[in-house]
Design a protein around this ligand. Sequence first.
Ligand code: SF4
Length: 117
Amino acid sequence: MLQPIEPPAASRSSLSHPRDLGGPWHSEAACRSDEAGLFFAPSKEPTAARLSREEAAKRVCARCPVMLECREHALLQPEPYGVWGGMTAAERRVVLARRRRREAELQRPGTRIAAAG
Ligand code: SF4
């Protein structure tokens, strides 16, 4: 049987998941009633199993009424492990890198914000 990955001691709190937290939106989390192991990788998980598990977790997120709140929480912390808000940790890193690039571009002198539409 696969065992959960033991994260560095400094980030153990990151294994908390919405179902474990007590904030204003956490009580509506769809993952409160789902399999605990679905959202975090066990150690030495084969790639195919990881992809399958992550897709199953994302299906739970897709029907979650607080997905956007959860996603933004995970991005702002940032949460380094697990599926949060329908995104894997790797997908959140990509979004954060894009946000940092956009912020850096906006802070450059002479940068104008493009009109929407
Ligand atoms: S979006 Fe996913 S991880 Fe976040 S609270 Fe909902 S089901 Fe849980």
